[in-house]
Design a protein around this ligand. Structure first.
Ligand SMILES: [Zn+2]
Length: 321
Protein backbone atom coordinates (compact mmCIF):
# COMPACT_ATOMS: atom_id res chain seq x y z
CA UNK A 1 0.00 0.00 0.00
CA UNK A 2 1.49 3.33 -0.97
CA UNK A 3 1.63 6.20 1.41
CA UNK A 4 2.58 9.55 0.09
CA UNK A 5 0.86 12.71 1.11
CA UNK A 6 -2.09 10.58 2.16
CA UNK A 7 0.08 8.68 4.59
CA UNK A 8 0.41 11.26 7.35
CA UNK A 9 -1.31 10.76 10.68
CA UNK A 10 -4.85 9.43 10.40
CA UNK A 11 -6.27 12.41 12.22
CA UNK A 12 -5.12 14.49 15.11
CA UNK A 13 -7.01 14.91 18.30
CA UNK A 14 -7.59 18.59 17.66
CA UNK A 15 -8.82 18.14 14.10
CA UNK A 16 -12.02 20.09 13.54
CA UNK A 17 -15.41 18.69 12.58
CA UNK A 18 -17.26 20.61 9.87
CA UNK A 19 -20.66 21.94 10.89
CA UNK A 20 -22.15 20.88 7.56
CA UNK A 21 -20.47 17.83 6.07
CA UNK A 22 -22.46 17.62 2.79
CA UNK A 23 -21.86 21.23 1.79
CA UNK A 24 -18.17 20.90 2.69
CA UNK A 25 -18.00 17.84 0.41
CA UNK A 26 -19.74 19.80 -2.35
CA UNK A 27 -17.23 22.64 -2.02
CA UNK A 28 -14.40 20.15 -2.33
CA UNK A 29 -15.96 18.94 -5.58
CA UNK A 30 -16.88 15.54 -4.18
CA UNK A 31 -20.05 13.94 -5.52
CA UNK A 32 -22.21 12.04 -3.03
CA UNK A 33 -23.48 8.84 -4.69
CA UNK A 34 -25.33 7.32 -1.74
CA UNK A 35 -26.61 8.05 1.75
CA UNK A 36 -27.63 5.42 4.31
CA UNK A 37 -28.61 7.96 6.96
CA UNK A 38 -25.30 7.67 8.83
CA UNK A 39 -22.78 7.92 6.01
CA UNK A 40 -22.37 9.54 2.64
CA UNK A 41 -20.98 7.20 0.04
CA UNK A 42 -18.46 8.67 -2.36
CA UNK A 43 -15.81 7.60 -4.84
CA UNK A 44 -12.50 7.32 -2.98
CA UNK A 45 -10.41 10.28 -4.17
CA UNK A 46 -7.11 8.72 -3.04
CA UNK A 47 -7.83 5.37 -4.67
CA UNK A 48 -5.94 5.88 -7.90
CA UNK A 49 -2.84 7.09 -6.15
CA UNK A 50 -2.95 4.30 -3.58
CA UNK A 51 -3.95 1.34 -5.74
CA UNK A 52 -3.33 2.33 -9.35
CA UNK A 53 -7.05 1.87 -10.09
CA UNK A 54 -10.11 4.10 -10.05
CA UNK A 55 -12.67 3.46 -7.33
CA UNK A 56 -15.34 2.32 -9.82
CA UNK A 57 -17.67 0.84 -7.25
CA UNK A 58 -17.69 3.70 -4.75
CA UNK A 59 -16.13 2.32 -1.57
CA UNK A 60 -15.55 5.41 0.53
CA UNK A 61 -17.90 6.44 3.36
CA UNK A 62 -17.99 9.78 5.13
CA UNK A 63 -19.83 9.96 8.43
CA UNK A 64 -22.59 12.58 8.26
CA UNK A 65 -21.82 14.11 11.66
CA UNK A 66 -18.15 13.51 12.42
CA UNK A 67 -16.89 13.79 8.85
CA UNK A 68 -14.62 10.82 9.49
CA UNK A 69 -14.09 8.80 6.36
CA UNK A 70 -12.97 5.34 5.36
CA UNK A 71 -12.42 3.56 2.07
CA UNK A 72 -13.30 -0.11 2.54
CA UNK A 73 -11.31 -1.03 -0.52
CA UNK A 74 -7.94 0.66 0.02
CA UNK A 75 -8.23 1.39 3.78
CA UNK A 76 -7.65 5.10 3.41
CA UNK A 77 -9.25 6.61 6.50
CA UNK A 78 -9.10 9.45 8.94
CA UNK A 79 -10.51 12.75 10.10
CA UNK A 80 -12.30 15.20 7.87
CA UNK A 81 -9.27 17.51 8.15
CA UNK A 82 -7.15 14.80 6.61
CA UNK A 83 -9.65 14.47 3.80
CA UNK A 84 -9.58 18.24 3.19
CA UNK A 85 -5.78 18.32 3.29
CA UNK A 86 -5.63 15.60 0.64
CA UNK A 87 -8.22 17.23 -1.63
CA UNK A 88 -6.56 20.62 -1.45
CA UNK A 89 -2.98 19.36 -1.47
CA UNK A 90 -2.30 21.21 1.76
CA UNK A 91 -1.29 20.41 5.33
CA UNK A 92 -3.52 19.72 8.31
CA UNK A 93 -3.14 23.21 9.81
CA UNK A 94 -4.47 24.79 6.61
CA UNK A 95 -7.15 22.14 6.32
CA UNK A 96 -8.34 22.90 9.85
CA UNK A 97 -8.33 26.62 9.07
CA UNK A 98 -10.48 25.94 6.01
CA UNK A 99 -12.95 23.90 8.09
CA UNK A 100 -13.02 26.59 10.79
CA UNK A 101 -13.85 29.22 8.17
CA UNK A 102 -16.87 27.10 7.09
CA UNK A 103 -18.11 26.83 10.66
CA UNK A 104 -17.37 23.90 12.91
CA UNK A 105 -19.19 21.77 15.41
CA UNK A 106 -18.42 22.86 18.94
CA UNK A 107 -16.22 21.06 21.36
CA UNK A 108 -19.16 19.63 23.34
CA UNK A 109 -20.33 17.51 20.45
CA UNK A 110 -16.78 16.44 19.66
CA UNK A 111 -16.44 15.25 23.25
CA UNK A 112 -19.65 13.31 23.02
CA UNK A 113 -18.60 11.69 19.77
CA UNK A 114 -15.03 10.90 20.54
CA UNK A 115 -13.92 10.96 24.11
CA UNK A 116 -16.95 10.32 26.22
CA UNK A 117 -17.86 7.18 24.36
CA UNK A 118 -14.53 5.57 25.06
CA UNK A 119 -13.97 7.03 28.48
CA UNK A 120 -13.40 4.43 31.14
CA UNK A 121 -16.57 3.62 33.00
CA UNK A 122 -16.40 3.14 36.74
CA UNK A 123 -17.30 -0.41 37.77
CA UNK A 124 -21.04 -0.61 38.26
CA UNK A 125 -21.71 2.57 36.32
CA UNK A 126 -24.22 1.75 33.59
CA UNK A 127 -23.63 2.45 29.93
CA UNK A 128 -26.41 4.38 28.22
CA UNK A 129 -28.47 3.94 25.06
CA UNK A 130 -27.15 7.32 23.92
CA UNK A 131 -23.74 5.73 23.51
CA UNK A 132 -25.18 3.20 21.04
CA UNK A 133 -26.67 5.96 18.90
CA UNK A 134 -23.19 7.36 18.31
CA UNK A 135 -22.24 4.27 16.37
CA UNK A 136 -23.41 3.94 12.77
CA UNK A 137 -25.35 1.51 10.63
CA UNK A 138 -22.90 -1.17 9.43
CA UNK A 139 -21.76 -0.09 5.96
CA UNK A 140 -22.58 -2.19 2.94
CA UNK A 141 -18.99 -3.26 2.26
CA UNK A 142 -18.57 -4.62 5.78
CA UNK A 143 -21.90 -6.40 5.64
CA UNK A 144 -21.10 -7.92 2.27
CA UNK A 145 -17.87 -9.43 3.59
CA UNK A 146 -19.81 -11.27 6.29
CA UNK A 147 -22.93 -12.04 4.26
CA UNK A 148 -25.18 -9.97 6.53
CA UNK A 149 -28.29 -8.15 5.37
CA UNK A 150 -29.17 -4.67 6.57
CA UNK A 151 -32.48 -5.98 7.90
CA UNK A 152 -30.73 -8.65 9.96
CA UNK A 153 -28.32 -6.08 11.43
CA UNK A 154 -31.23 -3.84 12.35
CA UNK A 155 -33.25 -6.67 13.88
CA UNK A 156 -30.33 -7.58 16.17
CA UNK A 157 -29.35 -3.97 16.86
CA UNK A 158 -25.89 -4.45 15.37
CA UNK A 159 -23.91 -1.21 15.00
CA UNK A 160 -20.56 -0.18 13.55
CA UNK A 161 -17.70 1.90 14.93
CA UNK A 162 -16.57 3.96 11.98
CA UNK A 163 -13.39 5.10 13.65
CA UNK A 164 -12.06 1.65 14.56
CA UNK A 165 -13.88 -0.19 11.81
CA UNK A 166 -15.30 -2.81 14.12
CA UNK A 167 -18.68 -4.39 14.77
CA UNK A 168 -20.57 -3.24 17.86
CA UNK A 169 -22.68 -6.03 19.35
CA UNK A 170 -24.94 -4.89 22.19
CA UNK A 171 -25.06 -6.95 25.37
CA UNK A 172 -28.52 -6.76 26.97
CA UNK A 173 -30.02 -8.62 29.91
CA UNK A 174 -33.33 -10.52 29.77
CA UNK A 175 -35.25 -7.27 30.33
CA UNK A 176 -33.51 -5.63 27.37
CA UNK A 177 -31.41 -3.26 29.47
CA UNK A 178 -28.11 -2.39 27.79
CA UNK A 179 -25.19 -3.70 29.85
CA UNK A 180 -22.42 -2.95 27.37
CA UNK A 181 -21.25 -4.21 24.03
CA UNK A 182 -18.71 -6.36 22.28
CA UNK A 183 -16.32 -4.68 19.83
CA UNK A 184 -15.17 -7.02 17.14
CA UNK A 185 -13.01 -6.95 14.03
CA UNK A 186 -10.23 -9.13 12.65
CA UNK A 187 -7.66 -7.10 14.58
CA UNK A 188 -9.63 -5.96 17.57
CA UNK A 189 -11.76 -7.65 20.21
CA UNK A 190 -13.03 -6.17 23.42
CA UNK A 191 -15.93 -6.31 25.82
CA UNK A 192 -17.02 -2.87 26.95
CA UNK A 193 -16.98 -1.93 29.73
CA UNK A 194 -14.26 -4.29 30.95
CA UNK A 195 -15.78 -7.13 32.93
CA UNK A 196 -19.33 -6.55 31.68
CA UNK A 197 -21.53 -9.37 33.01
CA UNK A 198 -22.67 -11.44 30.01
CA UNK A 199 -24.14 -14.35 31.96
CA UNK A 200 -27.70 -12.99 31.83
CA UNK A 201 -27.46 -11.93 28.18
CA UNK A 202 -28.79 -13.94 25.27
CA UNK A 203 -27.94 -12.01 22.14
CA UNK A 204 -31.01 -11.57 19.93
CA UNK A 205 -33.47 -12.68 22.64
CA UNK A 206 -35.90 -9.96 21.54
CA UNK A 207 -35.92 -11.03 17.85
CA UNK A 208 -39.13 -12.89 17.05
CA UNK A 209 -39.05 -16.30 15.39
CA UNK A 210 -40.99 -19.53 14.97
CA UNK A 211 -39.65 -23.02 15.48
CA UNK A 212 -36.38 -24.15 17.06
CA UNK A 213 -33.97 -21.80 18.77
CA UNK A 214 -30.39 -22.21 17.58
CA UNK A 215 -27.91 -21.52 20.36
CA UNK A 216 -24.62 -20.11 19.06
CA UNK A 217 -21.43 -18.68 20.55
CA UNK A 218 -20.58 -15.55 18.59
CA UNK A 219 -23.21 -12.80 18.22
CA UNK A 220 -22.56 -12.31 14.50
CA UNK A 221 -23.63 -15.92 13.84
CA UNK A 222 -27.35 -15.45 14.56
CA UNK A 223 -27.23 -12.34 12.37
CA UNK A 224 -25.74 -14.46 9.60
CA UNK A 225 -28.46 -17.11 10.06
CA UNK A 226 -31.16 -14.46 9.96
CA UNK A 227 -29.65 -13.08 6.76
CA UNK A 228 -30.29 -16.40 5.00
CA UNK A 229 -33.82 -16.70 6.39
CA UNK A 230 -33.23 -18.76 9.53
CA UNK A 231 -34.57 -16.53 12.27
CA UNK A 232 -34.18 -18.49 15.52
CA UNK A 233 -30.47 -17.89 16.19
CA UNK A 234 -29.35 -16.55 19.58
CA UNK A 235 -25.82 -16.19 20.94
CA UNK A 236 -24.30 -16.63 24.40
CA UNK A 237 -21.09 -14.60 23.81
CA UNK A 238 -18.80 -17.61 24.12
CA UNK A 239 -18.72 -21.37 24.61
CA UNK A 240 -19.59 -21.18 28.28
CA UNK A 241 -23.36 -21.00 28.79
CA UNK A 242 -24.79 -19.76 32.08
CA UNK A 243 -27.98 -21.16 33.58
CA UNK A 244 -29.75 -17.81 33.12
CA UNK A 245 -29.04 -17.94 29.37
CA UNK A 246 -30.31 -21.51 29.09
CA UNK A 247 -33.41 -20.70 31.13
CA UNK A 248 -34.18 -17.77 28.85
CA UNK A 249 -33.67 -19.94 25.75
CA UNK A 250 -36.08 -22.58 27.07
CA UNK A 251 -38.66 -19.86 27.66
CA UNK A 252 -38.40 -18.82 24.02
CA UNK A 253 -38.73 -22.23 22.37
CA UNK A 254 -39.47 -25.85 23.19
CA UNK A 255 -36.74 -27.06 20.84
CA UNK A 256 -33.15 -25.91 21.19
CA UNK A 257 -30.50 -26.75 18.63
CA UNK A 258 -27.08 -26.56 20.30
CA UNK A 259 -24.91 -24.93 17.67
CA UNK A 260 -21.73 -24.31 19.64
CA UNK A 261 -18.51 -23.98 17.64
CA UNK A 262 -17.06 -27.00 15.87
CA UNK A 263 -14.05 -27.25 18.18
CA UNK A 264 -13.10 -28.94 21.48
CA UNK A 265 -14.49 -26.16 23.72
CA UNK A 266 -17.71 -25.98 21.70
CA UNK A 267 -18.31 -29.73 21.77
CA UNK A 268 -17.56 -29.94 25.48
CA UNK A 269 -20.03 -27.13 26.24
CA UNK A 270 -22.66 -28.69 24.00
CA UNK A 271 -22.36 -32.13 25.64
CA UNK A 272 -22.48 -30.64 29.11
CA UNK A 273 -25.62 -28.67 28.27
CA UNK A 274 -27.21 -31.76 26.85
CA UNK A 275 -26.64 -33.88 29.94
CA UNK A 276 -27.65 -31.10 32.31
CA UNK A 277 -30.81 -29.95 30.55
CA UNK A 278 -32.18 -32.91 28.59
CA UNK A 279 -34.99 -33.58 31.11
CA UNK A 280 -35.84 -29.94 31.79
CA UNK A 281 -38.68 -29.72 29.29
CA UNK A 282 -37.11 -28.58 26.03
CA UNK A 283 -36.08 -30.97 23.26
CA UNK A 284 -32.32 -30.61 22.76
CA UNK A 285 -30.67 -31.29 19.44
CA UNK A 286 -27.15 -30.98 18.12
CA UNK A 287 -26.38 -28.77 15.13
CA UNK A 288 -24.94 -31.04 12.44
CA UNK A 289 -21.78 -29.70 10.84
CA UNK A 290 -21.96 -32.47 8.20
CA UNK A 291 -18.78 -32.36 6.11
CA UNK A 292 -18.57 -28.57 5.85
CA UNK A 293 -15.37 -28.33 7.92
CA UNK A 294 -16.66 -24.95 9.15
CA UNK A 295 -15.65 -23.74 12.61
CA UNK A 296 -19.04 -22.14 13.17
CA UNK A 297 -22.22 -21.46 11.18
CA UNK A 298 -20.96 -17.95 10.42
CA UNK A 299 -18.43 -19.47 8.02
CA UNK A 300 -21.05 -21.31 5.97
CA UNK A 301 -22.85 -20.55 2.75
CA UNK A 302 -26.59 -20.05 3.00
CA UNK A 303 -27.23 -23.49 1.59
CA UNK A 304 -24.86 -25.14 4.06
CA UNK A 305 -26.56 -23.35 6.94
CA UNK A 306 -29.94 -24.75 5.94
CA UNK A 307 -28.56 -28.23 5.22
CA UNK A 308 -26.83 -28.35 8.62
CA UNK A 309 -29.85 -26.96 10.44
CA UNK A 310 -32.19 -29.49 8.83
CA UNK A 311 -29.76 -32.29 9.68
CA UNK A 312 -29.79 -31.35 13.40
CA UNK A 313 -30.17 -34.51 15.41
CA UNK A 314 -31.06 -35.81 18.80
CA UNK A 315 -27.84 -37.36 20.16
CA UNK A 316 -29.72 -40.19 21.85
CA UNK A 317 -31.44 -41.35 18.71
CA UNK A 318 -28.17 -41.22 16.81
CA UNK A 319 -26.48 -43.52 19.34
CA UNK A 320 -29.19 -46.14 18.90
CA UNK A 321 -28.69 -46.30 15.17
ZN1 LIG B 1 -9.78 3.94 -1.75
Amino acid sequence: MTTSRSGSTAGRRDDLIPGDVPSALAELGVEVVGDDGDNFRIRCPAHLERTGRMDRRPSCYVHVHSGQFICFSCDWAGSFARFVAYMQGTDSARANAWIAAKGTIGRALRLLKGDERHAEVEPGEPVTEAQMVLFTTPPEAARRRRGLTLEACEQFGVRWDLERRCWILPIRNAEGTLLGWQEKSKRHFRNFPDGVEKGSALFGAHVEFDGPLVMLESPLDPVRLYSVGLQGGKATFGAHVKHEQMRLAMELSDTIVLGQDNDAAGRQSRNKLYYRYRYRGAALKFWNYLDTGAKDPGEMTGMEIWDCFEASYSPLRRKLK
